[in-house]
Design a binder for this molecule. Structure first.
Ligand SMILES: *Cc1c(COP(=O)(O)O)cnc(C)c1O
Length: 376
């Protein structure tokens, strides 16, 4: 059997190779390497897919988050509520802008922010909430929006892991992840659900005034060339990456289905294994299964990982150290024990290989190895 991988980018490419090669070659031949027509074409195609008014492409998901905070006019000392159980990028951009992250616990079932704690973290300095749709399913947006409206807070969705997921409100309205709050941010990092072949990102909003500001922020603070009305950054989606994304976007739903199929197969095989808790899907969100993450109940995370590695099975821990305990963020004053559930999850979860090219044989090998480890 071929090597088992966390993500099979080569296998996925081989199925769309001709289309991708043609699209890249056309971009190269056109010579329009910066802001070629593919960039705005892709933005419109993604707008249509998401049913959102504006898509502003940028250089990566981290920039998308930073540009959003800048465009909303947040200033040093402003507080932003966000989980500590996330990738560093979510919080890093706040730190860079002098904003103060206020960490919120997560719901142990969905790994997304525990909305019941939101109000306790709101102060007169709070300006925004940044929910992260971790592993591929949406946070409880209805409740987040309700509270944000009462306290007049911006909501920036970090949807780097959940592009394509659908969120349904209690009145039956369905919206795509990233189009629910004030702004949505995503990443096209190669291993993301809609990945390009390098770095890429995008910002979504339905607010046309804000869209103008976001565009300016991403383009050196200008809307007219050489007129820099605000301080911005240089963050562009590369033309070659847009050429790849244009080909891959029409496949996104089929990729999401493939991930769901793989997830279902894992769950069937592992749900009755003692000590393994398979992922729960939220009742109001579909799951894009960017990660398939097990909770371990009494099973040694490091031991299991080591055993699987010895059998040629890669795994990952997302994330081994929560943001509030990272050295670079110690200045925020958090200590071990401040977010016990987040800290517990970092030590008691494990993510299995999941991608669009998964097959039952690979998954049987992985599940058997997990069961063998637990038996011994
Ligand atoms: C990947 C990711 C990012 C950052 O995206 P980049 O394109 O790598 O900058 C931000 N937030 C989350 C939750 C992510 O998974």
């Amino acid at each position: 059997m071929s090597d088992i991988q966390m993500v099979d980018l080569k296998g996925q490419y081989s199925k769309i190779q001709q289309e991708v090669d043609t699209s890249i070659l056309n971009a190269v031949k056109s010579g329009a390497f910066i802001n070629g027509p593919q960039v705005s074409e892709f933005a419109v195609e993604l707008q249509n897919y998401l049913s959102v008014k504006h898509v502003i492409p940028c250089a990566n998901g981290t920039d998308a988050l930073q540009i959003s905070l800048m465009a909303l006019g947040l200033t040093p000392g402003d507080e932003v509520i966000t989980p500590s159980f996330t990738y560093i990028a979510t919080v890093e951009v706040m730190a860079l802008l002098g904003l103060v992250p206020k960490f919120i616990e997560v719901n142990p079932e969905t790994f997304n922010i525990d909305v019941s704690q939101l109000k306790t973290l709101i102060s007169p300095k709070t300006k925004a909430i940044v929910p992260v749709h971790l592993y591929g399913q949406c946070a409880h947006m209805e409740e987040i929006l309700k509270i944000a409206t009462i306290y007049n807070l911006h909501v920036i969705e970090d949807t780097a892991q959940a592009i394509g997921a659908d969120y349904t409100f209690s009145n039956g309205t369905t919206k795509k992840a990233g189009t629910i709050g004030t702004i949505g941010c995503t990443s096209f990092f190669p291993s993301k659900n809609l990945g390009c072949y390098g770095d890429g990102g995008a910002i979504f909003t339905n607010d046309s005034e804000l869209a103008k500001k976001l565009k300016m922020c991403a383009n050196h603070g200008q809307s007219i060339k050489y007129h820099h009305d605000i301080i911005g950054v240089n963050s562009r989606l590369d033309t070659l990456q847009a050429a790849v994304l244009k080909v891959k976007l029409p496949h996104l739903d089929e990729y999401t289905s493939a991930r769901n199929k793989a997830a279902d197969y894992y769950t069937k095989s592992l749900s009755s294994v003692k000590g393994i808790i398979t992922p729960k899907t939220a009742t109001n969100s579909t799951h894009a299964f960017h990660q398939y993450t097990l909770k371990l109940d009494g099973i040694d995370q490091a031991g299991l990982r080591k055993y699987l590695t010895s059998k040629g099975i890669p795994t990952n821990i997302y994330y081994p150290i929560p943001v509030h305990l990272q050295k670079g963020y110690s200045y925020l004053g958090y200590k071990r024990g401040d977010l016990p559930l987040t800290e517990y999850l970092c030590q008691n979860t494990i993510s299995l290989p999941i991608h669009t090219e998964m097959n039952n044989d690979i998954q049987d090998t992985i599940c058997c190895a997990i069961k063998d480890y637990i038996k011994n």
